[in-house]
Design a binder for this molecule. Structure first.
Ligand code: HEC
Length: 115
């Protein structure tokens, strides 16, 4: 019991002095949304990932999380609101979708960011 109290206290002390930046927020959203993390299927930076290979009707098939750091914001937002084959549905808010998109483009050249 004492241990638990200590943890709660330590946690609240820690949280009070911690402000997360918008990019830290976006990073945690990408890696830990309400469900399975995007990086598990799309790679750490949205570069795309081969998730599994399998044989279907005698043919080798690949289950791939496509690259998602090279598409427009319109397409990104639009695709996320659709039901997709092989991808969980997240029901993200507009600002969450924006944060995720910003996260995936955090290393883009400065000149491309101005919009
Ligand atoms: C279980 C694996 C999995 C997870 C987790 C996952 N995706 Fe996907 N995603 C896929 C697959 C597979 C497709 C391709 C679906 C298709 O072709 O119909 C896809 C497609 C997409 C597309 C459309 C890409 C395009 O060019 O059409 C976007 C955008 C996307 N995912 C974003 C995300 C984001 C953001 C997250 C986290 C919130 C996420 N995905 C989590 C498997 C996943």
């Amino acid at each position: 019991m004492k241990y638990i109290l200590f943890l709660i206290l330590a946690n609240s002390l820690f949280c009070e002095s911690t402000f997360i930046t918008p990019m830290e927020y976006a990073s945690s959203l990408y890696k830990n949304p309400r469900g399975i993390g995007c990086q598990k299927c799309h790679g750490e930076n949205g570069e795309g990932l081969l998730i599994a290979k399998y044989i279907h009707k005698g043919k080798e098939k690949e289950f791939i999380g496509p690259q998602i750091n090279n598409i427009s914001f319109e397409k990104f937002a639009n695709e996320l609101s659709k039901r997709k084959r092989g991808m969980p549905r997240y029901f993200l808010t507009d600002s969450e979708v924006q944060a995720l998109y910003r996260y995936l483009h955090r290393n883009d050249k400065k000149s491309e960011k101005k919009n």
